[in-house]
Design a protein around this ligand. Structure first.
Ligand SMILES: O=C(O)C1=C[C@@H](OP(=O)(O)O)[C@@H](O)[C@H](O)C1
Ligand SMILES: C=C(OP(=O)(O)O)C(=O)O
Length: 447
């Protein structure tokens, strides 16, 4: 896959954007505490839900403030290849001409990059079409689990073949999915299997009831799924405590949808102010947000920050020194690297718990964080599902990022306090935030 865009109006290919980054970037310490307002692009998770739901709707939808980065690009590119109309306008909004619940192209070859949302949300939609549809991703995406999704799609009657290794990409999906009944799916390794099945459920004759099996990780993302589905007219009933989700049949309604800023991205700028006794304002996120990662601000409050949260605005002021914290981060695990990167500067140890599933994401994140903290001279104790970080002197280092955008963004924060921190392969931030380093530099100028 060349990465050259097949999406009208999207004038960059993935490699071109990533290629514009140097092999490494040094982050210089801030000369004074930041006092900045940081305006962030749209949420990756919400953008990819809105794009796919819009494609399944009848008529043309308009998505305002979408995230334009690798992960949404792979989905937009896939939708074009599947015969949907996708166009990015001058002002950055995306128009999607939906297929009314079907897949226009009888067959296609789809590349999902390392986008878990695309790899898990698209196959249930493909099972609505005829096929064959081949779904492949990067070597890392081929390692990430999809067995639970394959099992559920087969239970619905779809023909799904794992081309090389059972339970892994590349997949070949043929149609045949039947609705009207109930299926269960495990959410112990990812919540995305459940979200993927829910998103396509209204298009199944008879709808579908989906029952999560076992402990469901990253639970707030399922709430995002349900909220976006309802915004496009779907009827979703949730049994008490999420025991089951009952989705009625009925076409999605084309709509104009505005994506809120990315709360996971906000964690880096909130943490930057926390770490440097600075002040930051994040407009567009707050108590009314769909995203669970807004709760990261609460962890920073527990570390000694002054945090005010209005409906759609977060304001944070960092203390002279942070306190360590013990946090179960299962629900907001995308922000666990952010916490890990600032923990060495706290006055007491930090314990990050219940995040075993992050070993299956863009990289084995627990191992990666432990390795890079050690490289910085920080004492860290790793268990299968937790990290305990002991504060101490942090020495300069060249940080490996493992192709993981969140490793690059989180560990760049260390450079705000320690001279000589270099981030290797900084271009990996294009997965969800191509403008990250420009925004980080904005903290020096007051945002
Ligand atoms: O549904 C989503 O948009 C996401 C769910 C989470 O994945 P897991 O459910 O695999 O933890 C999260 O880590 C990812 O960044 C986005
Ligand atoms: C885990 C992540 O993404 P995904 O699973 O959607 O690839 C992430 O963005 O941290």
């Amino acid at each position: 896959m060349s990465g050259v865009s097949g999406v009208p109006g999207v004038d960059f290919g993935i490699e071109e954007v990533r290629g514009s980054f140097p092999e490494e970037m040094e982050v210089a310490p801030l000369e004074r505490p930041p006092d900045a307002t940081v305006r962030l692009p749209g949420s990756k998770s919400i953008t990819n839900r809105a794009l796919l739901v819009a494609a399944l709707a009848g008529g043309t939808s308009r998505i305002e403030n979408p995230l334009l980065a690798d992960d949404p690009f792979w989905l937009m590119n896939a939708l074009v290849g599947l015969g949907f109309g996708v166009r990015v306008g001058e002002e950055g909004a995306v128009e999607v001409a939906g297929g009314g619940g079907g897949i226009p192209a009888p067959s296609a070859d789809v590349f999902v990059g390392n986008a878990g949302t695309v790899a898990r949300f698209l196959p249930p939609a493909l099972a609505l079409g005829s096929g064959p549809y081949r779904v492949d991703g990067t070597p890392r995406m081929r390692e990430r689990p999809v067995a639970e999704l394959v099992e559920a799609l087969r239970a619905l009657g779809a023909r799904v073949e794992c081309e090389e290794r059972e339970g892994h990409l590349p997949l070949v999906v043929r149609g045949g999915a039947r609705g009207g009944g109930e299926i269960s799916v495990s959410g112990e390794r990812s919540s995305q299997f459940l979200s993927g099945l829910l998103i396509s459920a209204p298009c199944l004759p008879g709808g579908l009831t989906v029952r999560p099996r076992g402990a469901l990780v990253s639970r707030p993302y399922v709430d995002i799924t349900v909220r976006v589905m309802r915004s496009f007219g779907a009827s979703v009933e949730e049994e008490p405590s999420g025991a089951a989700f009952r989705v009625a049949p009925g076409a999605y309604r084309a709509t104009a949808y505005r994506v809120e800023p990315d709360a996971s991205a906000a964690s880096y700028f909130l943490a930057a102010a926390a770490l440097t006794a600075g002040r930051v304002v994040i407009p567009g996120l707050g108590r009314s947000s769909l995203q669970g990662d807004v709760a990261f601000a609460g962890i920073l409050r527990r570390m000694g920050c002054r945090v005010s949260l209005s409906e759609d605005r977060i304001e944070l002021a960092g203390p002279p020194r942070l306190r360590g914290v013990e946090a179960d981060m299962n629900a907001i695990s995308d922000t666990m690297m952010t916490l890990a990167a600032i923990a060495p500067f706290a006055s007491s140890p930090t314990l990050i718990k219940n995040v075993a599933h992050t070993r299956l994401q863009e990289t084995d994140r627990l191992a990666a964080v432990a390795a890079e903290l050690s490289r910085l001279g920080v004492r860290v104790h790793e268990t299968p599902d937790s990290l305990r970080i002991i504060p101490g002197k942090v020495r300069p280092a060249a940080i490996r990022t493992y192709g993981d955008h969140r490793m690059a963004m989180a560990f760049s924060l260390v450079g705000l306090r320690v001279r000589g921190v270099r981030i290797l392969d900084p271009g990996c931030v294009t997965k969800t935030l191509p403008g990250y380093f420009r925004l980080l530099e904005g903290l020096r100028r007051g945002g």
